[in-house]
Design a protein around this ligand. Structure first.
Ligand SMILES: Cc1cc2nc3c(=O)[nH]c(=O)nc-3n(C[C@H](O)[C@H](O)[C@H](O)COP(=O)(O)O)c2cc1C
Ligand code: SF4
Ligand code: FES
Length: 602
């Protein structure tokens, strides 16, 4: 069964929705309070008066949607979408309706960048928000300058629309840098002209041309699922065992960044007692990465078939698709396609629920994503236990990246050897490299694993006119920076790249040229991490901020920065803090000449 959360209600109008769960005054029944327990007066929100009109407004807005604690972020989206902000009165009303403490609702709402909280006496933000990406690939193409220009045009009164221009981290569109978003709708190759056009005419909201359910089925899509659904218990067990062997023999590794062998992960989760859950990671926030956007917007059923195969092979009963808020066209097409998939009967007893991120890079980290799906702030969890054992709602949970799942059907149909034979010597399998920066034609390159940056630059039409290759990011913001003379390093998990202190992560390659200052590039990346740190642990929260302040000083103290980098790497809870200093170390190691008047030798 497809549980599309709130999107089916908003976009499709689900006729099978249950009758309103609210009594007429909008009060949810007691069992729908926090943790499903009946609550007496003690559970009432404290500290803020609930305005009856605001309560009635929010109850009417949420309508027949069943109130669930884990759906808190979805309700916040509905209010934000309707009013353009979250007023204190509306948050208090929501807290009251959900029988949650106001502080809990407030702390969740304030965690996510896409929610605008407005306290009493504060002015509401303009009706329209245009986000301009200032992350590295866009900064290199003038994103910061464009933001400043639009902001000054606005303050000089040259734009009289009710609009604001705000900086945004990577929008997953680095191939059309500088990227901007009207609300969340992408504007590629943004400039003053097209942004002015957007403001006056509104951004057309195009659903991309993709392989829909009918076409996918016509090309033998879901044939394996059909066979599994039709099998007797014994035949099903035998098929699953064969498919598991194939997946384990294939060199498929987690393409969200960590590279964990996929077959092994599926076996581990299948080994824990059910019910087992699944979360698909479509958060794609690593600066420079835009491959998942492409796969979801061109061939979404191939990823969905991966989910259905997991349901059979791992025994998944419910799957959450966590898609970043910056991809509204994908949320729309998935809503439509999930309805068709459900109607086809192929899902069996599997439930799939679509969730929308809210502008927090850290929610790509799997345990933070799980917290977010549970309706909380995206704070990474301490491990062990790992999410495979205790993830969503404390159940064993399979987490996979969109692209990882994309390859599963083909591997199971064509065999492990087919996949393993694709790569270069010692680097089995396919990879999709997102290539941006100073190349002639930024874009995706799908090729065998272990490609070098020299090969990728060639595949992208060479360097952009007037640019000489100087260095590159081999793995997004956190994978480090390498100089041009190391252009022959195979870009894969581990190996030579790891020996150089770098990693390939989600295979986001950003190419820099003689026109770029590597210290400035590294500073941009550290600013990104400082903004995106969840703040849970001091080495990361204070370390990233301190690093930015040292890096932006007139004469950065590189010795102190080196010590700071060590502490962040050693003592941070999660991968963000542990890897945040990589670009800084790389810049000090390989590009000391770009450091302004370095105070000490590196
Ligand atoms: C700070 C941070 C951000 C991450 N962001 C993403 C992301 O946007 N998408 C993703 O699939 N994995 C991301 N990951 C990796 C996930 O934690 C996890 O390893 C992955 O989703 C597992 O799926 P896979 O094995 O198919 O790669 C991130 C990890 C860290 C530490
Ligand atoms: S390392 Fe950073 S992002 Fe990760 S838990 Fe600590 S503060 Fe949060
Ligand atoms: S869209 Fe701007 S860096 Fe990715």
């Amino acid at each position: 069964m497809v549980m599309q959360g709130l999107y089916d209600i908003m976009a499709l109008g689900n006729k099978s929705m249950p009758e309103s769960v609210f009594p007429e005054d909008g009060t949810p029944p007691p069992e729908q309070g926090r943790q499903g327990k009946k609550r007496g007066p003690k559970g009432k929100p404290k500290g803020r008066m609930v305005i009856p009109e605001a309560r009635a407004t929010i109850a009417a807005l949420l309508g027949t949607i069943p109130l669930r604690r884990d759906q808190l972020i979805e309700y916040l989206h509905i209010i934000q979408d309707e009013y353009g902000h979250l007023s204190a009165a509306h948050l208090a009303a929501l807290a009251d309706l959900m029988k949650l403490p106001m502080a809990e609702v407030w702390e969740v709402a304030s965690f996510y960048d896409h929610f605008d909280l407005v306290s009493e006496g504060m002015e509401a933000p303009p009706a329209r928000t245009i986000r301009i990406c200032t992350s590295l690939s866009c900064m290199m193409q003038g994103g910061e300058a464009l933001l400043q220009k639009m902001q000054s045009m606005r303050s000089e009164g040259k734009i009289d629309a009710d609009v604001r221009f705000v900086p945004a981290p990577c929008l997953g569109a680095c191939d059309v840098a500088p990227a901007a978003a009207d609300g969340h709708h992408l504007v590629g190759y943004a400039n003053t002209d097209n942004l002015m056009r957007v403001i006056t005419t509104g951004t057309p909201y195009d659903i991309p041309d993709y392989i829909g359910f009918t076409a996918y089925r016509a090309a033998a899509g879901y044939a394996l699922i059909e066979a599994l659904n039709a099998a007797t218990d014994d035949a099903h067990a035998e098929m699953v065992s064969g498919l598991m062997s194939t997946l384990s023999d294939a060199a498929l590794r987690g393409l969200g960044g960590a590279g964990f062998p996929t077959g092994r992960k599926w076996s581990i989760v299948a080994g824990y007692d059910g019910p087992r859950l699944m979360a698909v990671n479509g958060d794609e926030g690593e600066p420079g990465t835009f491959k998942d956007r492409y796969y979801l917007s061109s061939d979404p059923h191939r990823m969905l078939e991966g989910v259905l195969l997991a349901s059979h092979m791992v025994g998944i009963t419910k799957c959450y698709l966590y898609i970043r808020d910056e991809y509204p066209e994908i949320i729309a097409l998935l809503t439509k396609e999930l309805a068709l998939l459900e109607a086809s009967g192929l899902l069996g007893s599997l439930e799939i629920e679509l969730r929308r991120g809210a502008g927090a890079y850290i929610c790509g980290e799997e345990s933070a994503m799980i917290e977010s799906i549970e309706g909380k702030r995206g704070l990474p969890r301490h491990r062990p236990p790992y999410v495979a054992e205790r993830g969503l709602f404390d159940r064993p949970t399979l987490v996979n990246n969109v692209e990882t799942l994309f390859w599963v059907r083909d591997i199971l149909e064509r065999g492990a050897d087919w996949y393993n034979d694709q790569g270069r010597e010692g680097h089995p399998g396919f990879r999709t490299y997102s290539v941006s920066g100073r190349v002639a034609q930024p874009g995706l390159v799908t090729t065998g694993a272990g490609a070098t940056v020299a090969e990728l630059i060639e595949a992208c039409g060479g360097m952009a006119d007037g640019h000489e290759f100087k260095g590159y990011l081999p793995g997004g913001a956190s994978g480090g920076i390498l100089p041009a003379h190391l252009a022959d390093v195979p870009l894969d998990f581990g190996g030579k790249l790891a020996e150089l202190g770098c990693f390939v992560g989600s295979h986001a390659i950003v190419v820099l040229s003689d026109k770029d200052n590597m210290w400035k590039a590294a500073t941009n990346l550290l600013q990104f991490f400082a903004h995106e740190s969840c703040g849970q642990c001091t080495p990361c929260r204070s370390g990233t901020e301190k690093a930015v302040s040292l890096m932006t000083s007139d004469a950065p103290d590189t010795a102190l920065l080196g010590e700071l980098a060590d502490i962040m790497a050693d003592a941070s809870i999660c991968g963000l803090g542990q890897a945040a200093s990589n670009p800084l170390i790389s810049a000090m190691t390989h590009f000391p000449g770009d450091i302004p008047d370095a105070a000490s030798e590196t």
